[in-house]
Design a binder for this molecule. Structure first.
Ligand code: HEM
Length: 162
């Protein structure tokens, strides 16, 4: 198999897999683990936080590496494609916000304690942003280049009918 094709498939697996772990794990924490741990000992809560932190870091690394690779590969194919850039560029900025929230909620540094004091609120914000990112990525993937062709001279996308 062509190496570029193989890397493309592996990168997609890592991207989707990491998104599932980060978003799915956060939803599970909010609606399943969190309520069960509510009246449990601080020691147990700390143990869960410590283990979840490893998954958060691995998922962020996976999303950043595969996302960057996807972006570099997709960028030349989407020159002048306004919808694709609106969706993907905005989603990347939102993703950095999600990474920050997920990291500070799973972290222990004193400076970010105020986020953990309001963990329920920040977890909800991270989940909503994550769902928005998935929605925007889907639009970029399906609608971004639909029906458009690349002008061989400018290498820009041409809208249908032009
Ligand atoms: C919370 C973080 C993120 C989530 C939940 C997420 C989710 C997704 C999903 C579901 C797709 C569609 C994949 C497909 O259908 O094959 C996608 C595609 C993509 N993502 Fe992400 N992503 C995240 C972060 C990032 C970051 C940080 C980058 C860039 C550095 C990035 C760049 C891309 C690119 C370039 C695509 C391809 C778009 C296309 O096919 O036209 N993503 N992402």
């Amino acid at each position: 198999m062509d190496l570029e094709l193989l890397l493309g498939i592996i990168s997609r697996w890592i991207h989707i897999g990491s998104a599932i772990v980060l978003l799915g794990g956060t939803i599970c924490l909010k609606f399943v683990v969190g309520p069960v741990l509510k009246d449990q000992s601080q020691e147990l809560k700390e143990a869960v936080r410590g283990r979840w932190k490893r998954f958060v870091h691995a998922a962020i690394a996976g999303l950043l590496l595969s996302g960057l690779y996807n972006y570099l590969k997709a960028f030349p194919l989407h020159r002048g494609d306004g919808l694709w850039h609106a969706m993907v560029d905005t989603k990347i900025i939102l993703a950095l916000g999600v990474f920050f929230i997920a990291s500070v909620l799973a972290g222990r540094s004193k400076g970010t304690q105020k986020f953990r004091d309001n963990a329920a609120k920040w977890t909800t914000i991270a989940i909503l942003l994550g769902l928005l990112i998935v929605a925007m990525s889907g639009i970029a993937k399906v609608v971004g280049s639909k029906g458009k062709t690349i002008d061989p001279t400018t290498e820009f996308f041409v809208e249908p009918g032009r």
